[in-house]
Design a protein around this ligand. Structure first.
Ligand code: SF4
Ligand code: SF4
Length: 202
């Protein structure tokens, strides 16, 4: 009988966590809300802005004519080491752990899986130098469910970004910070989560 190693355990058992230094992680709005509200930290303390393509439908405007940006997990450079995700904890040389545990953003939990038009694939940009990954190692139903949740949250984010951008563009002199947008995102997600809880769908 072919057994499928537990994808989560395989990932956790790697001490190097090079993927957390090499990848740019873009959390969903839901990820940002979960991390910020459960850790009681402002989103801007763990996020940075990165340029988005000019025609990206989820690119955030901080001024009417500014280049749109995406939100990514911040990186932290430590002495003698490559800059890594702000949540990566180095325990000792070559031993690191994600400090978020179950709060890891959805793209991190589904890693190295990706959705290719409804088909589960291994990300080409996984950046792992420790081992090679193959589909048989992934917990397919679990990864597919995570990717579906990520897609749903990104669709919600696109709507929120659209409303935000319309507001920014309507005021020629407006100028906003990353913290301003994060405040808007948290407010919108908090309202949506409260609605879902009241409706019994949370
Ligand atoms: S959130 Fe955790 S798993 Fe994701 S890149 Fe950062 S350290 Fe790695
Ligand atoms: S992808 Fe590679 S570097 Fe990242 S946790 Fe897995 S084995 Fe380690």
């Amino acid at each position: 009988m072919i057994t499928h190693p537990d994808h989560e355990l395989l990932w956790l058992s790697c001490a190097a966590k090079r993927c957390c230094s090499l990848r740019t992680v873009r959390p969903t709005g839901g990820d940002i809300w979960r991390i910020a509200t459960r850790l009681h930290v402002p989103p801007e303390s763990f996020l940075r802005s990165i340029p988005a393509e000019p025609d990206a439908d989820d690119g955030v405007l901080l001024a009417p004519t500014s280049q749109p940006v995406h939100l990514a997990l911040a990186r932290r450079a430590t002495k003698g080491r490559q800059a890594a995700c702000v949540f990566l904890m180095h325990i000792r040389e070559e031993v690191a752990r994600c400090g978020l545990g179950e709060l890891r953003p959805l793209p991190c939990q589904a890693f190295p899986g990706r959705d290719a038009c409804g088909t589960l694939r291994i990300r080409e940009d996984h950046g792992c130098t420790c081992r090679s990954w193959n589909l048989a190692e992934l917990d397919r139903p679990a990864v597919a469910a995570l990717l579906a949740q990520e897609a749903a949250e990104r669709a919600r984010d696109r709507q929120l970004v659209h409303l935000w951008n319309e507001q920014v563009k309507s005021d020629e002199g407006s100028k906003y910070s990353l913290a301003d947008f994060c405040g808007y995102l948290l407010y919108a997600y908090t309202a949506q989560m409260a609605e879902a809880t009241a409706g019994g769908t949370a």
